[in-house]
Every structure is written in structure tokens, then in C-alpha cells.
Design a protein around this ligand. Sequence first.
Ligand code: ZN
Length: 243
Amino acid sequence: MTRTASNPADKTAALVLFSGGQDSATCLAWALSRFDRVETVGFDYGQRHHVEMDARQAVRAAMAEQFPDWANKLGEDRVVDLSGYGDLAESALTREAEIGFRDDGLPTTFVPARNLVFLTVASALAMRRGLSVLIGGMCQTDYSGYPDCREDTLNAQAQALSLGLGRPMRIETPLMHLTKGETWALAHNLGGEALVALIRDHTHTCYLGDRGALHEWGYGCGRCPACELRKNGWRDWRAGAAA
Ligand code: ZN
């Protein structure tokens, strides 16, 4: 099996699938606390909002500025244009469609095979850059109904990539079994209040691309499913931390 928990003493290099959202920013901090060299990759697949793409640079810059140990480890960033794939896999994220549920029960924000495509493209980049670990913020706890976020799917893909590349390719998903509240707690463990504030202020999660007002849990419309998850997770974590 190629998908194993990483050893903190692991002196290797990793590639983080980094969207600029809360989850992948937490994964980036997690990676920087464990690996000697960490590179990032983002995908432009015609999202309705480029706010997340702007957030990526703000998060990277703030982490490098506020955490000097991490600055030395933070390597190259690349954004891959997957707009052709976005055209094929239309969803409420890539066109002006209502956010809700489809007839088959999946959310309209589901982009078919998104994580499978991202991980495959990332593995090609990783191989070229000499990296053998892919890290992503997929999570099945606050299950949004995305079948490509499930641990079974990712275990199978790690195996397929390793076989198809002819060399081991590990997929690490540190958030897989965490609630959104526990994801905030993980950020606090990794970088204290400074990292929590950085993630709150610079990451972007809102499906509507709303950055009009800063709430206690960050920017967003406060009503879309992504904002609801983020807001409730923040409140759960704060309530638990205060208890
Ligand atoms: Zn929102």
C-alpha cells in the first residue's frame, strides 16, 4: 500500500494541491511542519471566481513572512490551466447555475472526477520535480457528497498512480477524518493564533466569491454551503476551546 501516514522525521519533499481555501492552506502548513521541501500546485479549471487564485498567493506570502522556518522550505508554485476539463465537467462552480442538489442526490457543485484529474496531473508534475508525496485536503467527515473525496477512492488512486508511473506515489490526506472544527484546531496546533488568523483572513472558501465582509470565521457570504461549513466549524472549535 502506498498511502501511509507520514513520519515526522521523514526527510522528503512533497507537492501540496493548493487551492487557496481553508483546507488546503491547513494542509500546506501541515506539510511545511513535516517535510524539508514543499512545492504547491493549483488548477485553473474555469471556476466562476478567481478569488481563490488570488488567495493562493496571499497565503503563501503570509506563511513565508510569519513563519521563517517554513519560508526556507516553501518551494516553487505552479498553476496548471485545466480550462478544457472545466468545460467538459460543468457544475455550479464553473457556470452560473443554482447551488443545490441534482436529481441523483449529488450537489450541483460536484465537478465530476475533479480530484482524480487533479491528482493525476499533480503526479506528473511531482515526478518531473522529484517529489513522491502528494498532499490534498480531501475530507470525508463533513461529507459534501463528493465521491472522489472518499478515502477508498484515494487509496485506489494512489495504487493506480504508483502502478502507472512505475514508482511509488503516496497520497496524504491529513484532513480525511477531521471535522471542520478539528481542522481549525489542527491549524492552531501547527502555528498557534498567528496561523489561525492567517488562514481566517487570507484563505477563501465561499462558493459565491464574496469577500465583502470579514466575519469572525473569515470572508464569505455566510449562506452558501461552503460558508455554512466554515462558519459552523469555527464556532464548534471556539466553543470546544473555551470549554
Ligand atoms: Zn459563501
